[in-house]
Design a protein around this ligand. Structure first.
Ligand code: GLU
Length: 306
């Protein structure tokens, strides 16, 4: 495994076509696109990493997997009242479907859906309390207290909030949000601004690879049924309007973020995190997806085999 991760890293180091870094906020636009990291945490407790696997980056939408997990823990199936579970076929920040579908976002991984999940988690609490809860959950599953919010990224998201604010106000007009829009957005932007390394992220995803049990601590995070359902959602909706393409090429439940990270789960085997900041036209890491494709081709670890 170690050799394989190093080979993938070396091969991609020569790649000149690396995609385009997200440029909607300066903090992401300034990230060096030449970086690449990959990390694997196996259900047996082994760890393998190559490249810049210890460098923290903005996990952005990968955080939506963690808030969904938290939301299901707090509300159970009640969470599905205001958010669906179908692929959207639309970009991450699209508003069009919301009007046709009474303000109910298609799934928890598009922005509108993640905003609805945050609103559900808040349950009358202040953003600061909800954020403390999100951070302590992520630190718990990572088994690492050093995971942090990048406040500069969060502030910058807030300063460029118009698109997400439109989604939130639109949902609120349909009665889908309970809390003040700015409070929900402030919480959502901080959640997206969590900084983690590939090593940390691979560890955080491990409970999804082992039927809901966090192996390092050997503690149950979710039931096996819930782990299976979260994986299904990642497979169907984790890469926005390129989810079908990712499933076709990689065949693993995965969640991408515009910071260039991807968390991919090989059920029963391990959790993989890759990071390369350059994105493809859909907002997914170009080399990250390539690395995962190389990985499954060599290992046969796709849920569909070789
Ligand atoms: N913070 C980003 C946004 O709301 C998240 C998008 C993403 O990672 O796909 O625009």
């Amino acid at each position: 495994m170690q050799q394989l991760l190093e080979e993938i890293t070396q091969q991609l180091a020569f790649e000149t076509e690396r995609g385009k870094v997200a440029d909607y906020i300066p903090q992401l636009a300034e990230v060096d696109p030449g970086q690449f990291g990959i990390s694997l945490a196996t259900v047996e407790g082994e760890r393998f990493s190559a490249g810049a696997a210890a460098t923290p980056f903005s996990i952005q939408s990968i955080s939506k997997v963690f808030t969904l997990t938290l939301g299901l823990g707090k509300l159970g199936d009640g969470l599905w009242t205001n958010v669906g579970r179908e692929p959207s076929g639309d970009p991450f920040n699209s508003i069009v479907q919301l009007e046709h579908e009474n303000g109910k976002p298609r799934n928890p991984f598009i922005n509108a859906g993640a905003i609805a999940v945050v609103d559900a988690i808040m349950m009358g609490h202040e953003p600061r309390e909800t954020l403390a809860e999100i951070l302590s959950f992520v630190r718990y599953i990572t088994d690492d207290q050093s995971v942090y919010f990048d406040h500069l990224v969060a502030a910058s998201e807030m300063a460029h909030k118009d698109r997400n604010a439109s989604l939130a106000h639109f949902m609120k007009a349909f009665g889908r949000l309970r809390h003040d829009v700015d409070k929900v957005l402030g919480t959502y932007f901080h959640q997206c601004a969590i900084a983690m390394s590939c090593e940390q992220l691979a560890c955080a995803g491990l409970f999804l690879a082992s039927n809901g049990v966090n192996r390092p601590a050997n503690l149950r995070v979710v039931s096996p049924q819930r782990a299976r359902r979260i994986n299904s959602l990642m497979m169907m909706c984790g890469h926005y309007d390129a989810s079908g393409e990712f499933a076709f090429r990689v065949g693993l439940p995965g969640k991408s973020g515009v910071g260039g990270g991807i968390l991919a789960i090989a059920p029963g085997r391990g959790s993989l995190a890759v990071w390369s900041p350059g994105l493809d036209e859909y907002g997914n890491s170009l080399l990250g997806a390539r690395a995962l494709e190389m990985f499954v081709q060599r290992t046969g670890w796709s849920v569909f085999g070789h």
